[in-house]
Ligand binder design. Structure first.
Ligand SMILES: Nc1ncnc2c1ncn2[C@@H]1O[C@H](COP(=O)(O)OP(=O)(O)O)[C@@H](O)[C@H]1O
Ligand SMILES: [Mg+2]
Length: 420
């Protein structure tokens, strides 16, 4: 078993990247035949790593040029175009054309001074001309000697942000902006089909957001690809490779117990669990892990307040996409499931539909179902048994119970005490 270096930054590639051979093969074939992709998965599943690794390999082989753009902190279409321009500076032929297209602002600056390039491009791209400037940047990329794979990471976050105001409500202006931006992107994808392959990726689903805004048609030039959690064999392979690098003796039974506790094998959670176990044993001066060690580390480290750091991200993403009312409903539904062994029962959902009507003074019960759709789409809950839902991840379920379960009264008991 070849060793695997431990992950040290946000995303991994090269000798820190494990497996995903199937997905790399699919994405490579799509790049070759001009199929655009919408890659979705819950956060920490390894989307950024997968795309970075694909781009790294394609570039190394020399048949493609690659541009990776992170849209997580971008707020407008104009800024998205700026970022595409900034990241195109590594594509030499295209960059020469972009430079001459922006000669008035880019004259005389060093192409690798990224902050400077960004400031200058911002000065040249504004709400009135981003479309035309974006066309010019993409035309420059399309004219490159080699075809270009252009990855736009966290695009749904940008779309969601453009769409909604501070109260997380969809505004007419936001809808217009998103409509314009996605029409533009679609046109780029169509006009340069053989020269620019697009990979959009995001940890909140684009479809549910576009559905909320009635703009669903915009996603249809992109072939979806859902990045799944690892299966047990892959996770065990990753754990064995990490153990090998760290000189840790990790018997199969202990690895299997790690997988059983996590239930959903999100690569980041597998890595975190390994890290905690490795550190715990180092502190004890040991290099052999038992099933009991796995249990102790799970309870004392993974479920500790420090271990729950990732939970904040899950919560803020939900707030971002659902808004305050929807978030309140999601919080209740997830906690309801967490205190009930991870299962959200049908009777409870019905009571929430009823309650939501009271909260919002409307007789429109749809929001609970919208919330459930988002929770399912984003990988929190999965259909279970007869019309019920269950937490997909054992770790998330345990985190949720630890943080929100203690003072929670299930809806059936609340409804019962009101009736009494
Ligand atoms: N293929 C992989 N091999 C090894 N570790 C991975 C892999 N994919 C993801 N990870 C782990 O998950 C973490 C988060 O990955 P990232 O690509 O940032 O996920 P996402 O973009 O989906 O949020 C990485 O830092 C790494 O620890
Ligand atoms: Mg990412």
């Amino acid at each position: 078993m070849p060793g695997l270096k431990k992950a040290e930054s946000n995303w991994v590639d090269g000798d820190r990247f494990f497996d995903r051979d199937g997905e790399l093969g699919v994405l490579r074939a799509r790049a070759e035949n001009g199929t655009h992709t919408l890659l979705t998965a819950q956060r920490r599943m390894g989307k950024t790593s997968l795309v970075r690794e694909l781009l790294r390999r394609l570039k190394e082989e020399g048949r493609f040029e690659t541009v990776f753009v992170d849209l997580e902190d971008v707020r407008t279409a104009a800024d998205a175009v700026v970022e595409i321009g900034v990241e195109s500076r590594h594509v030499h032929g295209a960059w020469d054309r972009i430079r001459s297209g922006f000669a008035n602002v880019l004259r005389g600056i060093d192409e690798l001074a990224v902050a400077e390039v960004r400031v200058k491009l911002r000065a040249g791209i504004d709400p009135g001309n981003w479309r035309q400037k974006g066309d010019a940047v993409c035309a420059a990329l399309a004219k490159d000697e080699r075809p270009v794979v252009l990855a736009l990471d966290e695009l749904p976050i940008l779309v969601n942000r453009m769409l909604k105001d501070h109260h997380y409500r969809i505004t007419p202006a936001g809808k217009r902006d998103v409509d314009e931006f996605l029409s533009w992107l679609r046109k780029i994808g169509q006009d340069h089909r053989d020269r620019i392959g697009l990979i959009l990726s995001g940890s909140i689903g684009l479809e549910p957001i576009l559905h909320q805004a009635g703009l669903s048609a915009h996603a249809n030039i992109f072939s979806p690809l859902e990045l799944k959690p690892w299966d047990e064999k892959t996770a065990l392979g990753c754990l064995a490779a990490l153990a090998d690098t760290c000189g840790l003796d990790l018997p199969l039974a202990a690895g299997k117990e790690m997988c059983r506790r996590l239930r959903c094998l999100v690569p980041h959670h597998v890595q975190r669990f390994f890290d905690s176990l490795d550190e715990d044993l180092r502190l004890r001066g040991r290099n052999h892990a038992s099933v009991e060690d796995v249990e102790r580390v799970y309870t004392d480290e993974m479920l500790s307040v420090r271990g729950q750091a990732d939970l904040d991200h899950y919560e803020s993403r939900l707030k971002l996409i659902l808004g305050p009312d929807g978030y309140r409903a999601a919080l209740a539904l997830l906690t309801e499931a967490a205190v009930n062994d991870g299962v959200l029962q049908r009777a409870a959902m019905d009571l929430y539909r009823e309650q939501f009507r009271i909260w919002t003074l409307s007789d429109h019960p749809a929001p609970i179902d919208d919330v459930l759709r988002v929770l399912e789409h984003d990988g929190y809950l999965e259909p279970w048994g007869d019309d019920e839902y269950r937490f997909v991840s054992g770790l998330l379920e345990d985190w949720w119970r630890a943080r929100h379960g203690r003072h929670f009264i299930p809806v059936a008991r609340r409804a019962g005490s009101q009736g009494a």
